[in-house]
Design a protein around this ligand. Sequence first.
Ligand SMILES: [Zn+2]
Length: 424
Amino acid sequence: MDDKTLVKTLDFQLDVQSDNEGLLYDATLEARRVYNETIRLAKEGVDWDSISRHLEDDADLVKNTVQRIVAKALGAMENYLEYDDFGRPSHTKDDPYPLRANYEEGYTLSLTDDSDVAFRISAKPYKHVRGVLKGSDAHLDLLKTALTCDEWKVTTSETLWRDGNPELHINIRNTERTVRDKQDSRTVVGMDVNEDNVALTALSKDGVEDTLVIDFPEIKFERHRYFTVRKRVQNAGKESIHDTLEGREERFVRDCLHKVSRQIVKWSQQFERPCIVFEDLKELRDSIDYGTQMNRRLHHLPFRALQFYTSYKASFEGVPTAWIDPAYTSQRCPMCGHTERANRNKKRFKCRGCEHQDHSDRGASVNIAVKGVKKHQDWNVPALNSLPVVRKVRRQASGAVDAPTVTHPTVRGSLADGRSGVSN
Ligand SMILES: [Zn+2]
């Protein structure tokens, strides 16, 4: 089947001086003009091969950037002419257009002594914008790896505006590995990420193969603890201690998440041709309310980070990943399809439709796997008449994982063991 070269896009904010922001902005407007001109000339029937040469002389951008924008615009025209699936490209828009560039032609990167990543973007001929990249640890880690090892190559980038701030999106490519096509999977692993655990369910044509719940209460505990300590320090006006604490907490959480994600991928690989499926949690996260301040902290981690680390490590093993819409994944009964609202305060799901009771995060992971099969696979979701026991393991702060500690049989229509060991 169609294996894909492993490419990742990493997103960063650009920390630039304010006078340079104007230069960047002008360049993205000039990029829009080049895009518009390309489309206009192509519509007029000008020979496509001559458009780039014509605009390179005329545009106030570096040559490589003009070439990349012309190629992108002609790609849009070609798509329109061949498939007519995105509508006829417009040549009259006036918003900024991303500055596209090849690595070491339109932009360069380097590691600084403080182990930051410095950038230099050729916004215009002989006019460079310099500064340091800001972004999540996960993306910075990967970029640094790409800059220092042979296995990864930094390739193209786009400079663009998001909410009025400049960003640099950088593509990196693995030179050795490929990822299996996600539509060619025999097992779909649904992954439900929560504040203190992740639930995984492997679903194949034959039904649910297995469920694993990895608890990581230390992460929740540490984050709440550091939040409280930080708050106190902050109130005392000691900003530098505050920053140190923040770094320490984030390192701790990041290390835990690295270990958990490694385990997720390893577990998934025991099944035939796995594809790991995540839910896009934006809406879900917005519905959690711990108060504004706490929300801001919790929203950062660990959801996205765990998904990102897992997706990265999975691709590294050639395992594809996919995304699904999170609507109702935690309220829907995986057995009968009944939707149970506001019944998920505890770790127990009880269906008023069919009496099915289960670990609620397992239920969510089953639903995610089901959605993953429907969206990406050409085989049918099997009837789910029974679910295997939930195995629970606990991620220790030291990094070791206990042997399964609690098993939890699920019997439809009745609860085999009233305790079941899964209550909080
Ligand atoms: Zn039900």
